[in-house]
Write a protein that binds this ligand. Structure first.
Ligand code: ADP
Ligand code: MG
Length: 384
């Protein structure tokens, strides 16, 4: 019995008769589980672009918190901020004032990536290439350059050759568009993770995004795969969230992560403290879920990877890495009951029904605990 469980037991007495206590117990059990779990290390550098042309779906939050989840375990992680807004830089505590050396200079050839890279102050094994608002001009400026779609790819390749360490994960936080900056991001990556916000228009535009990625694969980057989708801002009390999850699962059963990220107050607060939720509120529902998603990503590897060699741009048949629209295409991802999980994918019986906190837009927050909703503030919940 962990100390935390002991404390909860003292607070709530016999947790088997206290629903809130039982749920908190399960939450803390999930934390214990994921912290104890072994994250298998990839045998090659996984370069993952987090992309969706829609803004506000959780791209940056996902890139930052997944990167943090791996860095927390000591993995060498690099985050490339390819959004002129620079939210990933902010969210990882890397200052990025206008005019400072950034990925903008790297793309336009004024600096190498080695010159622009910074070590995050939060995790010693995490590096960040920040962006600045200057990057917003790059879309037009790089249009005239030779090899304009491969600027990031070339700069990254040169850096990785020289870098004194091997990264296990590289996350590219994409801008909310389908322009040249995103094209550069997709060309530098081998995998795409698409965050999908659990909301009414969730699937709108998804077809267009996948078509674009397919064009990139066919024309520029044959080894690119859409390897993962992750449902974000999931509110387990609403049927809409479950419907969105179910719809995505029906269309893309092989690549949808079973872990869902709850809408969580701490996740949205963390950037204003220049930290990922993982470090800002390590035991909060959102942080636990992002760690569980990271574990799932580590466990499943790149499901479309044919050779496992990790070499980029291996010639492959066109289109073979694209997600199949429904049906199991045999890419080897086990599908079980199809239920979303805000628990770890390791058959932990405590996982399936963990509490998730929710925050309404008006700032009032409450937490749903299954059928017996209890109005508890996130503060109360997360002050464990
Ligand atoms: P994108 O990068 O796709 O534009 P963000 O990651 O910036 O999206 O998220 C959009 C907004 O939603 C941000 O204010 C962020 O803090 C908030 N947010 C993202 N994920 C969650 C979550 N799981 N719970 C609560 N708020 C979230
Ligand atoms: Mg963003």
């Amino acid at each position: 019995m962990s100390d935390v469980d002991d404390i909860l037991r003292r607070i709530f007495g016999d947790t088997s008769t206290s629903e809130v206590g039982a749920e908190l117990l399960s939450e803390s059990t999930r934390y214990d589980h994921v912290m104890k779990a072994t994250f298998p290390r990839p045998s090659y550098t996984r370069v993952i672009a987090v992309a969706n042309q829609k803004g506000g779906v959780g791209k940056t939050t996902t890139a930052v918190n997944l990167a943090a989840s791996f860095a927390e375990r000591g993995a060498n992680v690099l985050v490339l901020d390819m959004d002129p807004q620079g939210n990933a830089s902010t969210g990882l505590g890397v200052s990025h004032p206008e005019g400072s050396l950034s990925i903008y200079d790297v793309l336009e050839g004024r600096a190498t990536m080695a010159q622009a890279v910074r070590t995050s102050g939060i995790y010693p094994s995490m590096d960040v290439v920040p962006s600045t608002i200057d990057l917003s001009g790059a879309e037009l400026e790089i249009a005239a350059l030779d090899d304009r779609v491969n600027l990031l790819r070339n700069a990254l390749a040169a850096y990785l050759k020289e870098a004194g360490k091997r990264y296990e994960y590289i996350f590219i936080d994409c801008a909310p568009s389908l322009g040249l900056l995103v094209l550069n991001s997709l060309n530098a990556a081998e995998e795409v993770l698409i965050p999908i916000q659990a909301e009414y228009y969730a699937l709108e535009g998804l077809g267009q995004l996948i078509n674009t990625i397919q064009l990139v694969q066919q024309n520029f980057n044959p080894s690119l795969t859409v390897s993962m989708m992750l449902v974000t801002m999931f509110d387990r009390r609403t049927s809409l969230s479950r419907e969105v999850y179910e719809q995505v699962r029906q269309h893309y059963p092989d690549i949808l992560l079973k872990t869902v990220i709850p809408r969580a107050v701490r996740v949205s607060e963390a950037p204003s403290h220049a930290e990922p939720a993982i470090s800002y509120s390590p035991r909060s529902a959102g942080a636990v879920a992002y760690r569980e998603a990271a574990l799932e990503i580590a466990l499943r590897g790149n499901v479309h990877q044919n050779t496992g060699s990790g070499e980029q741009n291996e010639p492959q048949d066109e289109g073979q890495n694209m997600p199949q629209d429904s049906g199991n295409d045999g890419h080897g991802v086990a599908q079980d009951d199809g239920q979303p999980r805000d628990g770890a994918p390791d058959n932990n019986p405590d996982n399936n029904d963990g509490a998730s906190d929710n925050s309404d837009n008006d700032g009032r927050s409450n937490i749903g605990y299954g059928d017996g909703d209890s109005d508890m503030t996130a503060d109360e919940e997360e002050r464990q």
